[in-house]
Design a protein around this ligand. Structure first.
Ligand code: TMP
Length: 215
């Protein structure tokens, strides 16, 4: 594939969507064609799955059913949007991808799903395909959750299925992202997200330039 795939990951309220937008504008300024997208819900079919996944009772799915739904969304996303765009040479920035499933459904749920099951699902859905670069925006969950609830209230967002979980869950998933980064240090770069939007954007630009060789 000719294009690149950059993913942004992190817990609630880490600022991924804002940073995805800013990075996209920066790359477009450099003459690169960019698509900004997200999981879950990057395609029309995925939007239906997103609605199921992010609203309602926090315990309505068991861990495996939940993973399968995220992977169904991911398969639609890859086949209908990400891969075709990359084939055309476009760069795709995704607000969340498979590391979120590992962080939330594996680490967040205290390893209730076997890791091998997640690996198998990944293989079925994406094969050997991996992001070229993953930026993990790291933030203390107490700070992130405060930001997330404030935003939800201001924008009357009802997607609070995961926010409604205990702090323990969010601490576990933060640890999960850090474990993933330790395991794959070439692909995953951890950045401190408890800073200003501008400072974080500059850090992201520095890493993207260094890792993906933009002039
Ligand atoms: P968002 O609010 O960042 O768009 O993400 C939607 C929610 O879905 C968020 O609470 C994280 C959660 N999520 C998972 O639990 N597993 C996944 O694989 C993905 C992509 C998201």
């Amino acid at each position: 594939m000719k294009g690149k795939f950059i993913t942004l990951e992190g817990g609630e309220g880490c600022g991924k969507s804002t940073q995805a937008r800013l990075l996209s504008a920066y790359l477009q300024n450099k003459g690169i064609e960019v698509i900004t997208t997200k999981e879950p819900g990057g395609t029309p079919e995925g939007k239906i799955l997103r609605e199921l996944l992010v609203t309602g009772d926090k315990d309505k799915f068991d861990a495996i059913a939940e993973c399968l739904l995220y992977y169904a969304d991911r398969r639609c996303h890859l086949t209908k949007l990400v891969w075709p765009a990359m084939d055309e040479g476009k760069w795709v920035i995704s607000d969340r991808y498979a590391d979120s499933t590992e962080a939330y459904q594996y680490y967040g749920y205290n390893k209730r799903v076997e890791h091998q099951i997640l690996e198998n699902m990944y293989q079925i859905v994406a094969g050997d395909f991996k992001p070229d670069l993953t930026l993990i925006l790291d933030i203390d969950p107490e700070v992130g959750m405060r930001r997330s609830f404030a935003k939800a209230e201001a924008m009357e967002v009802k997607e609070l299925r995961f926010e409604s979980r205990q702090l323990e869950f969010h601490k576990n998933l933060r640890q999960g992202f850090l474990e993933i980064a330790k395991r794959e240090p070439e692909r995953c770069i951890v950045l401190n997200a408890d800073t200003t939007v501008e400072d974080l954007h500059h850090e992201i630009v520095r890493v993207v330039n260094e890792k993906l060789g933009i002039e």
